[in-house]
Write a protein that binds this ligand. Structure first.
Ligand code: GLU
Length: 270
């Protein structure tokens, strides 16, 4: 009888070895074997590095007084850090521009871009994009004194746009539709376009309305029309599909629970 139990015990142990050795559907406890390497790297580092805008009020804006960066996109970064690292404060923010955000992802300096980054077919070839979390439209800022009120008034006018932004293509098509022959001038940064507008070197400053709002002053106005819906997505490096999956889960959860709408309201975004 004793031998029987001993044999049974040996057989059961063998069975346990077999079950733990073969691919069960759950990731193995403790060993993080179900965690993708790029997510493990973030967990090991203990901080999620995110590229955000610092000059887009309500989305990603650095308060010059406190040097604190805040906005809807920072709140999204926090929700993702909560999911990946269990702590919303484990984020390291880096200011990016339309020109720098792609290269910073490429060279691994940041894990994610959450920076008014429009999802396009072209960009999807280079980066993973999450589901959209917000949709903006391209707007036009003009000098109040110029008497311009719509795209049809822009015939013969100069439009300032940022390099690497979607604005030029969006407006080119729309201007053609209303028969306005416009000229585009490209600039490296948004402050440069605003300076050019103030100096009369361009007649229009064109980009997403959310971005324009950061440059509005007493002498300027943003025209009512919006063109070419801009769906903003969270981007990661092309080979970092596991991280985008997590981001998608977070965004889907926030949409479903109403949390995303609440945040949009909290920031007073229309
Ligand atoms: N959202 C537009 C884009 O992704 C405007 C540029 C920007 O985000 O700075 O091209």
């Amino acid at each position: 009888m004793k031998r029987f139990y001993a044999l049974l015990a040996v057989m059961m142990m063998g069975l346990m070895v077999i079950t733990s050795g073969c691919g069960s559907s759950k990731p193995a406890q403790g060993a993080q074997s179900g965690v993708a390497p790029e997510i493990k790297a973030i967990k090991d580092r203990g901080v999620l590095k995110v590229g955000v805008k610092v000059d887009v009020p309500k989305f990603g804006f650095k308060d010059p007084q406190t040097n604190k960066i805040d906005g809807l996109e920072i709140d999204l970064a926090r929700a993702i850090a909560q999911q990946v690292l269990g702590d919303p404060n484990k984020i390291e923010l880096q200011g990016v521009t339309a020109k720098t955000r792609g290269p910073l992802l490429d060279n691994g300096e940041i894990d994610l871009v959450i920076a008014t980054f429009t999802i396009t077919e072209e960009r999807k070839k280079s980066y993973n994009f999450s589901e959209p979390y917000f949709t903006d439209g391209v707007g036009m800022m003009v000098k109040k004194s110029a008497g311009l009120s719509a795209l049809k008034d822009m015939d013969g006018k100069k439009i300032g746009v940022a390099q690497s932004a979607t604005s030029r293509k969006a407006l080119q098509e729309e201007a053609a539709k209303v028969g306005a022959k416009v000229q585009f001038l490209e600039f490296g940064t948004y402050p440069e376009i605003k300076t050019a507008l103030d100096a009369g070197r361009v007649d229009v400053f064109a980009v997403d309305a959310s971005i324009l709002s950061g440059y509005l002053d007493d002498s300027t106005l943003v025209l009512q029309d919006r063109y070419a819906p801009q769906q903003y997505g969270v981007a990661s490096k092309k080979d970092n599909a596991a991280l985008t999956k997590v981001v998608d889960e977070v965004i889907a959860g926030m949409k479903k629970s109403g949390e995303l709408d609440k945040l949009i309201q909290k920031w007073g975004i229309k």
